[in-house]
Design a protein around this ligand. Sequence first.
Ligand code: NAD
Ligand code: UD1
Length: 340
Amino acid sequence: MSILLTGGLGYIGSHTAVELLSAGYDVVVVDNLSNSDLSVKDRIAQIVSSTRKIGEDNFKVYVGDVRDENLLNKVFSQNKIDAVVHFAGLKAVGESTKKPIEYYDNNLISTLKLLEVMRKFNVKNFVFSSSATVYGQAKSMPIYEDFPVGATNPYGRTKLFIEEILKDLYAADNSFNIAILRYFNPIGAHDSGLIGEDPNGIPNNLFPYISRVATGKLDCLSIFGNDYNTPDGTGVRDYIHVVDLAKGHLCAIKKLEQNCGLQIYNLGTGKGYSVLDIVNAYNKVCGGKVKYKFAPRRPGDIDICYASPEKAEKELGWHAERDLENMCKTGYNFECKKQK
Ligand code: NAD
Ligand code: UD1
C-alpha cells in the first residue's frame, strides 16, 4: 500500500514516514520545504534502511506545494495512492494572528485542492492533522471528542473550518473514509537523534525552548505565569511523544481500511504535566542546565488541557507508551546531535 504524506518532511510527518516505511508501506511525500529541509529525506531513509531497503520504488519525495494542482495531478498519476495523510500547513498561533490571509490561503486552499484531486483519482481514504486547539478552554477535564469546539485565533480556525469541510464532504459522499486526529502537545524526537523538531528562530513552544536552554543556545526559560489554577500554578498540558503520535497514524490508516466513515480521535496520553514538571524532568536528563524565571502569563493561554484518549484506545487499539523521561531524553539527544 502506498500512502501520500503532505508535509511529510516536517516534524510529525517525518516520524510518521519512518513508522510507515518500517511497517512495510510505501511512502510518497509532497513538501514545499517552507518549514523543513530536503536532508530529512536521507535521514528518514537512513533510519529505515537497517530494516528495509529504501529506494525510489518505495520512498519518493516531490518538492512542491500542495496548492499546486498540476503537481498533485502528476503525483496521483505517477503513483497509485491508497490513502493520504494531510500534515502540510502553517502552525504558529502567534504568526497566524499577524498573517491571517497566508494561514487561510495555505491551510484551506491546500486541503481543498488535495480533496479535489483525490476525488478525481478516486482516492477516498484521508487522515487530517487537527489540533487540541479546537477545544479552546474546555469546561472540564479530560477532554472528550464530543466537547464543544471554538477557536480563538486564525490558526485554530483553519483547523475548525477544515473539520467542517470534511464533515460536509462526507455527508455528500459517504464513500470517503476520514480520520480527524486532534493532536495534543507532541514533543521528543526519534531515538536515533536524526530527526526531531527544529523550529527556525526563537521557539514559541515550550519544549524546543527548553532544549535550547539545556544546550546553551538560549540563556533562560521564561515560564509564562505561576498563578494558574493548577497544582503548582504553571500551565498544564498533555505532552505526547512524537513517535507515539506517529504510530497513531498507522492505526488510523488501518481503521480507514475497514471503511470507518468519518471519525474524530484525540491523540494524547490522558496525563497532564505542568511547565515545572517538564523543566524538572528535563533537568534530570541534562544535568540541571535548564535555568528558568517566572514571567507574566502569555496572552491567550489556558490553565489546563489534557485528553481523554479512550476513544482512540477502544477503536484504534492505540495508546501512548513513552513516558516523560523518554520524551526529554530523546529531545535532548536530538538537540545535542544538532550542534555537531
Ligand atoms: P511542521 O511545520 O514541522 O511540518 C509541516 C510541513 O508541511 C513542513 O515540512 C512544511 O514545509 C510543509 N508545508 C507547509 N505548507 C505546505 C504546502 N502548502 N505545501 C507543501 N508543504 C507544505 O509541522 P508539524 O509539527 O509536523 O505539524 C504537522 C501538522 O500537524 C500541521 O498541520 C499542524 O498544524 C498539525 N499540528 C501540529 C502540532 C504540533 O504541536 N506540532 C499540534 C497540533 C496539530
Ligand atoms: C501551542 C498552541 C496550540 C498548538 C500547540 C502545539 C498557543 C497559544 N497554542 O499550545 O495551538 O496546537 O502549541 O503546537 O500557542 N510556556 C512557557 N514558556 C515558553 C513557552 C511556553 O512557560 O517559553 C508554557 C505555556 O504558557 C504553556 C506551556 O508552556 O503553559 C505549553 O506551551 P506551548 O508549548 O506553546 O504549547 P500550547 O500553548 O499548549
